[in-house]
Design a protein around this ligand. Structure first.
Ligand code: DGJ
Length: 728
C-alpha cells in the first residue's frame, strides 16, 4: 500500500461494546439498535421487541448482536450482497463509507436518527435515515445519496435499506398474482439461498407482486403467534426485495429495482431513495398487519382516518355506454338504496374521437358532447337532485395513438427514435413521459381543469392500464435514458403533490387495471385503491385476504356486482356478495335497474347496516380468524374498535358439503373481560336472523369456547355478518 493512502480505509469495530456509540431507536413495542462510531462503519445490531438503553451491554454480552453494516457498499469487500454500487467519475468502482456524524432529532410526527456516512476518499456522502413514527410500531429507513464532487458519478444499485434477521427457521410471506388474481399469498421457507421478489411493470407495481413481505424469526408463519418482521417499500415503480442468507443472520435488501435503471448523479446532485416501512411483532402476521394498518391510517394513506362514502360505480353496469339519461338513472337508483356517491367510469370523453372502447381518446379530457350534451354540469345537477356526490374516471398518465393529444404532442409519449411504437390496450394505448415537466403540467392541468370547471366533483378514479413500453424518453438526454423508471415516478409524485396541495379533500382512488396500485408509494396521495377487477365474491375473499396483510380495510374498494359474475360466470347470492364487500370499503358496481324489488330491498338494508358499522370496519383493528388458504371450507375475519367495545365479524362458507361440520369459531379480537350483545347485521329475511341475534355472550366464551356457526351457515354460499356491542 502506498504510504499516503494508509489511513484512508474506514475502520471496522471489533466485537465488544464498551467503547461503542450505540443508538436505541424505539417505538412502544419495538427497538432497533445501531452502533455508529465516528470514523468507523455503522452496524445494525438488533431489531425486535422493545429494549432499553440499559439492555445494551446485555445485548452485547449475550452475543446476539448482528454486526450488519447499515449500508454495505461494493468494491473493497466485493463478495456478498450490497446496498450500493457506484462508479465514481475516475472509473473507480468501490465506495467506502465511514460514519461522520449521527444526529437525533424530533419531527412533528416522529423521532429521526440521521447517520451521515462519508466516503473515505471521494466527495461522496450517504445520509441514512431511521424514522420512528409517533404512536405506532413502525420504523422506516431510507437514504439520501449525495455527490458533492463536480463530476458525475453513476449509481448502479441504490437500495433504500437493509435489515438483518437472525437465522432460525425463517419463512417468508409474499404476494403475487396478476390481473383478476392480485395478492395471492405465498409462504415459503427461506433456506441458504437468495429470494427475490420484484416487479418490472414500470407504472403499477402491485399486480404481479406487491412491494411487501413478512419474514418470520421462528418457524412457519402463524396468524396470532410467532415473531415476524413486516416490510413494505413506499415506492410506486419497479422494486426489488431480496433476502440473502448468511450463517448467522439473513439480510433483507429493499429498494428500487436497479435493472435498466442506473442513475447518473451530476456534481452537486443527490438522489433520495424511497422509504422502507418496517414493523416487528410477536403476535404473528396479525400483529404485523395491525401495526402497519394503524401506521397507514395515521401516516401512509391520504385522509386515512376519514370514513369513506358508499358508492355506485358505472363500469360493470354500462361499460363504455355512458349517456346523460343512463347516468342520471344510476344516480337515482343508488340514492334510493341509501348510497352516497356515484362514480361515472370510462367512456365519457373525447369529441374528435369519442371513447366507445379501449382504443381511442385517452388524453382528450373533454366531455363527449354527443353522449353528454349537458356536460358534467348535467351530471352534477342530477347528483345534487338525488342528494349524493359525484365522481369521475380518468387515466391521466396515458394517451392513445388515436387521440387529439397524441396528434398534437407525439413527443410527450415514451418512445424510441428509430423504432416504431408498440402499443397496449386497444392496440392503441401509449404512456406519457412523466419525466417531462410539460407532461407533468398537462396531467396536473387535466385534473385541475376538471375541478375548476366542476368544483362539485367529489371523487376521482385515477386509472392506469399499461406498464412501461417503448423504454425511451424524448425529454431525457441520451446518457440519462436509464432514468425513466425513476423519473417517471418522481414526475408522478410531484404531480400528485401539486394536486393534493390544491385539492386536499378530493377523494382519489388509485386503480391500475384492478389492483395494480395497492402500494404505499402512491397511497399518501390517494384515499383508496381498486382492489381487483375481479368482483367475484368467492375469489375476492382470497384477494382481499392477501391484500389485508398490509393494507387496511379503509383503502380496499370492494364492490357488489352482478349475478352471474362478469369475470367468472359464478352465481352467488346477494347476501354473500354484500357480506364480502362489507369487509372492505363497500360499494356497488352493477346495473341496479336490472335488480328485482326484493334484491333492492335487501341492498337497502345491507347498506344501512354497513353505515352502522362503517367506522369499526374502516378504522378498526383486524383479526383474521380462519384463513381461506387453510382449506377449512370457510373463512372468517373480524374488526374491533381500539377499546374493543364494538366489533364486526364476517363468516363466509367456501365449500358446500353434507355430513361435515365447521369447527367452532373463536373470536380472537374480543376483550375477555367484556360482554357483548350480538346482532345479525344482514339476514336475508329480517324476520329470521341467525340464532345468536339478540344474545348477550361473554368475551371469555366467544374467545375460548367460540361460536358454533353450523346452523347459521345453511346451504351453498352461506355467510354471516355479526355486530358485537359491549353490554355494561
Ligand atoms: C380498468 C379498471 O380496473 C376498471 O375498473 C375500469 O375502470 C376500466 N379500466 C375502464 O377502462
Amino acid at each position: 500500500m502506498k504510504k499516503d493512502l494508509m489511513f484512508l480505509l474506514c475502520g471496522t469495530l471489533a466485537a465488544g461494546s464498551a467503547l461503542a456509540d450505540n443508538y436505541v431507536i424505539s417505538t412502544p413495542n419495538t427497538s432497533l439498535v445501531i452502533t455508529a462510531n465516528k470514523k468507523q462503519k455503522a452496524y445494525i445490531q438488533y431489531y425486535g421487541s422493545r429494549i432499553s438503553k440499559d439492555d445494551i451491554n446485555s445485548l452485547f454480552d449475550s452475543r446476539s448482536v448482528m454486526w450488519q453494516d447499515t449500508y454495505p457498499t461494493f468494491g473493497l469487500h466485493s463478495s456478498g450482497e450490497k446496498a450500493l454500487y457506484v462508479t465514481h467519475s475516475d472509473g473507480t468502482m468501490s465506495t467506502d463509507l465511514c460514519v461522520q456524524e449521527v444526529r437525533q432529532y424530533k419531527e412533528s410526527n416522529a423521532d429521526l436518527t440521521e447517520i451521515t456516512l462519508n466516503d473515505t476518499v471521494y466527495p461522496f456522502t450517504v445520509k441514512q435515515y431511521f424514522k420512528a413514527y409517533n404512536g405506532t410500531d413502525v420504523i422506516s429507513t431510507w437514504t439520501e445519496i449525495i455527490n458533492s464532487g463536480r463530476k458525475p458519478v453513476t449509481l448502479y444499485k441504490y437500495v433504500s435499506g437493509v435489515i438483518p434477521v437472525p437465522r432460525a427457521e425463517n419463512w417468508m410471506t409474499h404476494f403475487n398474482g396478476g390481473w383478476g388474481s392480485e395478492e395471492q399469498i405465498n409462504e415459503e421457507y427461506i433456506g441458504n439461498n437468495m429470494k427475490v421478489i420484484r416487479n418490472t411493470d414500470g407504472v403499477r407495481n402491485a399486480h404481479t407482486s406487491n412491494p411487501s413481505l413478512m419474514i418470520t424469526l421462528n418457524g412457519k408463519p402463524q396468524e396470532n403467534t410467532g415473531s415476524v418482521i413486516g416490510a413494505t417499500l413506499a415506492w410506486s415503480g419497479n422494486f426489488k426485495l431480496k433476502t440473502s442468507a448468511g450463517p448467522n443472520y439473513l439480510t433483507l435488501f429493499a429498494g428500487i429495482d436497479e435493472e435498466n435503471a442506473h442513475y447518473i448523479l451530476d456534481g452537486g446532485k443527490s438522489l433520495v431513495t424511497p422509504e422502507l416501512i418496517l414493523t416487528y411483532s410477536n403476535d404473528g402476521k396479525g400483529g404485523v398487519s395491525r401495526a402497519i394498518h394503524k401506521w397507514a391510517r395515521k401516516y401512509g394513506v391520504h385522509n386515512g382516518e376519514k370514513p369513506r362514502d358508499i358508492l355506485l360505480n358505472s363500469w360493470e353496469g354500462v361499460y363504455f355506454k355512458v349517456n346523460q339519461k343512463g347516468m342520471a338513472q344510476m344516480m337515482e337508483d343508488i340514492a334510493s338504496l341509501g348510497g352516497e356517491l356515484f362514480v361515472m367510469d370510462d367512456g365519457w370523453f373525447g369529441n374528435k374521437y369519442p371513447r366507445n372502447n379501449g382504443s381511442t381518446s385517452l388524453g382528450d379530457w373533454e366531455v363527449c358532447r354527443e353522449k353528454l350534451p349537458e356536460g358534467i354540469d348535467g351530471l352534477t345537477a342530477a347528483a345534487k337532485k338525488n342528494h349524493i356526490k359525484f365522481g369521475i374516471w380518468i387515466e391521466p398518465e396515458m394517451s392513445d395513438v388515436q387521440s387529439e393529444l397524441y396528434e398534437k404532442h407525439p413527443d410527450w409519449v415514451l418512445s424510441q427514435k428509430n423504432r416504431q411504437l408498440i402499443t397496449g390496450r386497444g392496440n392503441s394505448q401509449v404512456i406519457l413521459d412523466l419525466s417531462n415537466p410539460a407532461v407533468q403540467d398537462f396531467v396536473y392541468g387535466a385534473v385541475d381543469r376538471l375541478m375548476t370547471n366542476n368544483p362539485e366533483i367529489a371523487y376521482i378514479k385515477w386509472d392506469a392500464n399499461a406498464g412501461i413500453m417503448n423504454y425511451g424518453s424524448p425529454y431525457l438526454p441520451k446518457n440519462k435514458q436509464s432514468h425513466i423508471y425513476v423519473e417517471y415516478h418522481k414526475g408522478l409524485t410531484k404531480t400528485l403533490q401539486r394536486i393534493r396541495e390544491k385539492y386536499p379533500d378530493l377523494v382519489i382512488q388509485a386503480c391500475g387495471a384492478g389492483g395494480g396500485r395497492a402500494s404505499y408509494g402512491v397511497l399518501p396521495y390517494y384515499d383508496e385503491f381498486w382492489t381487483s377487477d375481479n368482483t367475484d365474491a368467492l375469489q375476492r375473499i382470497y384477494i382481499q385476504w392477501g391484500t389485508s396483510m398490509f393494507y387496511p380495510a379503509i383503502t380496499m374498494a370492494a364492490h357488489v356486482s352482478a349475478n352471474r359474475n362478469h369475470q367468472t360466470g359464478r352465481t352467488v347470492p346477494l347476501k354473500y356478495r354484500f357480506d364480502v364487500a362489507m369487509s372492505g370499503r363497500l360499494g356497488m358496481e352493477i346495473q341496479l335497474r336490472d335488480m328485482s324489488d326484493s334484491d333492492k330491498e335487501y341492498a337497502r338494508r345491507a347498506i344501512s347496516a354497513y353505515k352502522e358499522v362503517r367506522d369499526v370496519v374502516q378504522l378498526g383493528d383486524l383479526y383474521r380468524l380462519v384463513s381461506p388458504y387453510d382449506n377449512k371450507g370457510m373463512a372468517s375475519l373480524m374488526y374491533t374498535t381500539e377499546n374493543k367495545d364494538r366489533a364486526v365479524v364476517f363468516v363466509y362458507k367456501m365449500t358446500h358439503f353434507s355430513g361435515q361440520s365447521f369447527a367452532r369459531l373463536h373470536l380472537d379480537g374480543v376483550d375477555v373481560s367484556k360482554k357483548y350483545r350480538i346482532k345479525d347485521l344482514t339476514p336475508r329475511d329480517p324476520k329470521r336472523p341467525a340464532s345468536f341475534d339478540g344474545k348477550v355472550i361473554s368475551g371469555a366464551v366467544l374467545k375460548a369456547a367460540g361460536l358454533d356457526i353450523n346452523s347459521a351457515l345453511n346451504g351453498e354460499y352461506a355467510s354471516l355478518a355479526l355486530e358485537l356491542t359491549e353490554v355494561k
